[in-house]
Every structure is written in structure tokens, then in C-alpha cells.
Write a protein that binds this ligand. Structure first.
Ligand code: ADP
Ligand code: ZN
Length: 294
């Protein structure tokens, strides 16, 4: 019989748990709202208890402690999400399940999901996955491994050029004001233009400005990390007109400096939407579980 794996993607608004043998065979899946840590984790644990799992992958929102030598390993650290700061995620699962349990940040899981399950990515060794939604973050995979360092990359909080005359919006990051996330997450678009991002028409100037910030961030990531592909997911990227705008601006900002055919031309195969749609995170959590057995 094939082994069964569990995956959990824990977001700020909802949790998704799935069990299956892989992306093509999901046996069961459940989703429920993120309430208190105790109640939410209990729901996830009791769902997984119905199955004989070979391994589990946990991928909550961050920031998280990824250092196995730290007393806080497996926790969400300081988060603005009320009640969730210093919540141990891994501990309660370890108490209940005597199988390997992988733990990583949600967006790292999404990067790993895209890397593991999207056929077009199988020949790659490096990939960056950005989510542009309520928050902005990136999972970074280099030489087939997710990047952990001091903690994990915080690619949403990089500083970008900000033309205050063109865009007087001060940004809404509580830590940095006009960092990338502060300028370009969904709530920033909504606040700057006075209506929710998803209600702005396709030809609204918001998208040109949004593409500018995303392209600045991507240009930095390309120069710094040399990724072979960049996947852009999250609610804001549901605006398909952003993709050609971003590719064109990245092309302009790089100015043909990087001698790779991948970043010449239209970059249609280089800056791409998620191959797994909205399921990169949950399928990535399952892939983490499978990998933990190897
Ligand atoms: P989360 O980041 O909370 O997991 P999403 O990735 O769906 O969830 O991001 C939600 C954010 O994306 C909201 O700020 C919302 O305004 C924005 N958003 C959602 N759908 C769209 C859309 N179709 N076009 C533009 N922005 C959108
Ligand atoms: Zn910030």
C-alpha cells in the first residue's frame, strides 16, 4: 500500500489540511478559519488523527523559528496576528504523532511545491516563489534546497526606489513604512486608491505602479540569487495584465546585463504564474512530509 502523507498550510485567515499519497491522489482535505491557536491546532490534529500517516509537513504563516537548535524551533515568533505571537506549532503535533514532521514557512512550502510537482520545473535547481497578497513574502530554493539563514528570507521587506512625487503614498508596513510590502501588498493598493484592489479596472494606473514595485524587487532578486525561474502567486497576481508589465519592466531595469537567454526576450518562461494555482502551499507541505522520510 502507498504511504499516506499529511500537509498543513496555516494562513492568517484560514488553515488547509490535506492527506494523500501525492498531488494526484488527495484522500481528504479540510479547511477552517484561523481562530485561537489552541482551537485551530486542535482541529488540524484531530483531522490528521483519522489517518495512518507516514509523515507530516507543517507550513504556517510567519515569521517562524526554523533553527532546530533554538528553544523556539517550530514556533511562529512575533506576529501582528492577535494571540499568535510565540505559538509553538510543531510541539503539539510532536506530542500526538510519532512520525517525522517537517516544518517550514508557508511561502517556502509553496516554493517547494512548485519545484516538486510542476513538470516544467523539474530540470531546475533554483526557483523563487513570491506571494503578493495580504502580505508579501518569498520562498527561496537554491541548489534544490530551501534557503534558511538567520531565520528565513523576508523578501517582502526589502527597500525599493520610491518616487514620492509620482506616488505620495507613505506605505503601510508597521515596521518600515514604504518597504516593498508596505507599498505593494493588497491592502496598500486598496488604501492608496481608495477602493479594494480587486475592484480596480484592468486599465487603472494602479497596475502600472504595482508592476513597477514588483519589477524592482524581482530585479534585485535576480541579481542577488540568480534564480532560474520566478513564480508569482497570491491574490494580487490574479490580475493577469500584471505579468507582461512586470516582465517588460524587469527587462528594462536589467538592461540586458545578465548574459542568459532566459532573461532576454519576453521572459514568458521565466516570470510565471504558479503551475499549481492556489495549491502550491498545501501540496508543498505534503512534499516536505515526503522528503522528511528520505
Ligand atoms: P492571503 O495573502 O491573505 O493569504 P490572498 O493571496 O488572496 O490571501 O491575498 C489577499 C489580498 O489580495 C487582498 O488584499 C486583496 O485585496 C487582494 N486581491 C484578492 N483578489 C484580487 C484580485 N482579483 N485582484 C487584485 N487583488 C486581489
Ligand atoms: Zn516592512
Amino acid at each position: 500500500m502507498n504511504k499516506i502523507y499529511g500537509g498543513m498550510e496555516g494562513g492568517g485567515t484560514k488553515f488547509v489540511c490535506a492527506v494523500g499519497t501525492g498531488p494526484d491522489e488527495i484522500i481528504a482535505e479540510t479547511r477552517f478559519p484561523t481562530t485561537s491557536p489552541a482551537e485551530t491546532l486542535e482541529r488540524a490534529i484531530s483531522f490528521f488523527k483519522n489517518y495512518e500517516l507516514a509523515a507530516i509537513g507543517l507550513a504556517p504563516f510567519g515569521p517562524v523559528d526554523l533553527n532546530p537548535a533554538s528553544p523556539g524551533y517550530g514556533s511562529i515568533t512575533a506576529t501582528p496576528k492577535a494571540g499568535w505571537s510565540n505559538t509553538n506549532i510543531l510541539g503539539p503535533f510532536r506530542q500526538q504523532f510519532n512520525v517525522p514532521i517537517a516544518f517550514d514557512l508557508d511561502v517556502n512550502a509553496a516554493a517547494f511545491g512548485e519545484f516538486s510537482w510542476v513538470p516544467e520545473n523539474h530540470a531546475l535547481e533554483s526557483l523563487v516563489y513570491y506571494t503578493i497578497g495580504t502580505g508579501i513574502g518569498a520562498g527561496v530554493l537554491i541548489n534544490g534546497r530551501l534557503v534558511h539563514g538567520l531565520t528565513h528570507p523576508e523578501a517582502g521587506h526589502v527597500r525599493l526606489p520610491h518616487d514620492w512625487q509620482k506616488d505620495p503614498f507613505p506605505g503601510l508596513c508597521p515596521f518600515h513604512g514604504d518597504c516593498f510590502e508596505g507599498m505593494a501588498n493588497g491592502p496598500a493598493i486598496g488604501k492608496r486608491w481608495g477602493q479594494p484592489a480587486e475592484t480596480l479596472p484592468e486599465d487603472h494606473p494602479a497596475w502600472e505602479l504595482e508592476a513597477t514595485y514588483i519589477a524592482y524587487a524581482l530585479t534585485g532578486a535576480i541579481c542577488m540569487l540568480s534564480p532560474q525561474r520566478i513564480v508569482l502567486g497570491g491574490g494580487v497576481m490574479e490580475q493577469p495584465q500584471l505579468f507582461p508589465l512586470i516582465r517588460q519592466k524587469v527587462h528594462t531595469y536589467l538592461n540586458d546585463y545578465i548574459p542568459s537567454p532566459v532573461v532576454k526576450g519576453s521572459m514568458e518562461g521565466f516570470i510565471v504564474p504558479p503551475g499549481l494555482g492556489k495549491r502550491s502551499g498545501i501540496l508543498g507541505a505534503m512534499a516536505m512530509a515526503m522528503k522528511s522520510l528520505q
